[in-house]
Design a protein around this ligand. Structure first.
Ligand code: NAD
Length: 496
């Protein structure tokens, strides 16, 4: 059986302290195995990156950007292959995988503007014969640790920008769907990246802890669940590293009584059930304002959900595929059970769908639950499955209080025709990414992505302008070239 390995200094290696099964979630079968790196393999990747760093740091930004131009072309040329690899291990249908890849490519496109982004700031004559400027220097070796749900896009949030800024990179992808991530990284060498600048190690906690504690790793970008994000942030900080750690989410949509209900329902369907709800920006709670709006919403959703098709990744007529593992399938089903047991009403039940010829796949059908309250376990937790819960409230302020009181603050949305309400909402909601009639307000590549509260630990958001700041350190130089004959004596007052 194929063993997915590491990319270290341009070579594929399969050294492993253990191996782990990689499943095809559409069939439930093991399709590959992945090498789990011991600490010394991770150290070899860090050493390769550190060795490549001095030359790469001194490569002009324009030349570094040219690698990204070629990389973008290779990503486009190989898109069908990449999407198939994502489908095989993650379960995404090709239209969804293509969307993920496209959003990743947009980050590569933004990284192509590195010479412009790294220009720095200059002030002439800040004092007599004195000029001052700030420049943005790379950090050295930086690391990325990424989740299973976007094996192409989330790594592409990180290393294209880190690399064009002059850093060398070690990536630890999710061990659950590692193949597309590894294949994409290999394309960088074909694009002209020198060996050792980009490295990939497969693994788990041992690999992550080695990255977090190694002196040569200067910064860590993490995306994954909140408990692990919190651990990564604390450990990286304790080891003197810069860190941004993006965590989990519970994204609410407020449905106002004046909303265009047909539009709201269509948008909710895609945002709640697309990718089986395994998106950190998935809308998993609809907060209906007033019983009349709630009744209309439930009726329309019930109708609209009837034709939805869950099924195998390789049938593009399916709307969404399986969840990632059997264990996760059981967890999602368990949340539906608990909502029911705690008094909610399961209006559309997606537990245990029967999928012809794929009886052992990890499927959960689209599920709609009404009369959910904030005390229920299914409301508090991030379910990460195709489950839309409806909470009924009496006013917009009550809806906003609910959102503001939740521990997560990644994304949110309001469906309304009232501009004043929308403006009040975006101004006062305690969430990092806000949509007005836009269900998945994922910022484009030239803005930055990040949640508030326990959805992000750290100061700088992912990708966009914040990534340039995250992957560089500012140096400010003050320089005097005295005019002929002008010399100052010693000055004991603070220079002003
Ligand atoms: P996860 O936290 O289980 O794993 C993420 C990464 O951490 C993986 O590479 C994994 O190997 C590693 N890891 C797991 N346990 C570890 C441990 N004990 N010590 C050190 N490293 C460990 O997350 P996941 O299940 O792969 O991904 C889904 C989660 O990611 C969801 O919570 C989702 O909301 C979140 N996510 C967030 C964003 C965002 O931008 N905020 C984006 C995508 C996914």
């Amino acid at each position: 059986m194929e063993l997915v390995g590491h990319l270290i200094n341009g070579e594929i290696r399969t050294d492993a302290s253990r191996t782990q099964d990689v499943f095809n979630p559409s069939t439930g079968e093991v399709s590959r195995q992945v090498a789990i790196a011991p600490a010394n393999t991770v150290e070899a990747a860090i050493t390769a990156a550190a060795k490549a760093y001095p030359a790469w740091r001194n490569t002009p930004a324009l030349k570094r950007a040219r690698v990204m131009f070629r990389f973008k072309e290779l990503l486009e040329k190989n898109s069908d292959k990449i999407c198939r690899m994502i489908g095989e291990e993650h379960g995404k249908i090709s239209h969804d995988a293509m969307g993920e890849l496209q959003r990743g490519i947009e980050n590569v496109e933004y990284a192509c503007s590195a010479p412009e982004l790294l220009k720095g700031e200059h002030s002439r004559n800040v004092g007599p014969d004195i000029d001052s400027w700030s420049e943005f220097q790379p950090l050295g070796v930086v690391a990325g640790i990424t989740p299973f749900n976007f094996p192409a896009m989330v790594p592409l949030w990180m290393y294209p920008m880190a690399i064009v800024c002059g850093n060398c990179f070690v990536l630890k992808p999710s061990e659950r769907d590692p193949s597309s991530t590894l294949f994409i990284a290999q394309l960088l060498e074909e694009a002209g990246l020198p060996k050792g600048v980009m490295n990939v190690v497969q693994g788990d906690k041992e690999a992550v802890d080695t990255l977090l504690k190694h002196d040569d790793v200067k910064a860590v970008s993490f995306v994954g669940s909140t408990p692990i994000a919190e651990y990564i942030y604390a450990t990286a900080n304790a080891n003197g590293k810069r860190c941004q750690a993006l965590g989990g989410a519970k994204n609410h949509a407020i449905v106002m009584p004046d909303a265009d209900m047909d539009n709201a329902v269509n948008q909710l369907l895609g945002a709640a059930f697309g990718s089986s709800g395994e998106r950190c920006m998935a809308l998993s709670v609809a907060v209906a304002v007033g019983d009349e709006a709630a009744n209309r919403l439930i009726e329309s959703l019930k109708q609209a959900m009837q034709p939805l098709k869950v099924g195998a990744f390789d049938n593009s007529s399916n709307d969404f595929g399986p969840v990632i593992t059997r264990e996760h399938q059981n967890k999602v089903n368990g949340f539906i059970d608990s909502a029911e047991a705690q008094g909610a009403e399961v209006v559309v039940d997606g537990r245990n769908p029967s999928i012809e010829n794929h009886e052992n796949g990890f499927f959960v059908g689209a599920t709609l639950i009404d009369h959910v309250t904030s005390e229920m376990d299914s409301y508090k937790a991030e379910i990460f499955g195709p489950v839309l819960q409806v909470v009924r409230v009496n006013s917009m302020q009550e809806a906003m209080n609910l959102i503001n009181d939740h521990e997560y603050g990644n994304g949110t949305c309001i469906f309304t025709r009232d501009g004043e309400a929308a403006r009040y909402f975006s101004d006062h909601i305690e969430v990092g990414m806000v949509g007005i009639n836009v269900p998945l307000p994922v910022p484009v590549a030239y803005h930055s992505f990040g949640g508030w509260k326990r959805s992000l630990f750290g100061d700088l958001h992912a990708y966009g302008p914040d990534a340039v700041r995250f992957y560089t350190k500012r140096k400010t130089i003050t320089q005097r070239w005295p005019s002929a004959g002008v010399r100052e004596g010693a000055q004991f007052a603070f220079p002003s």
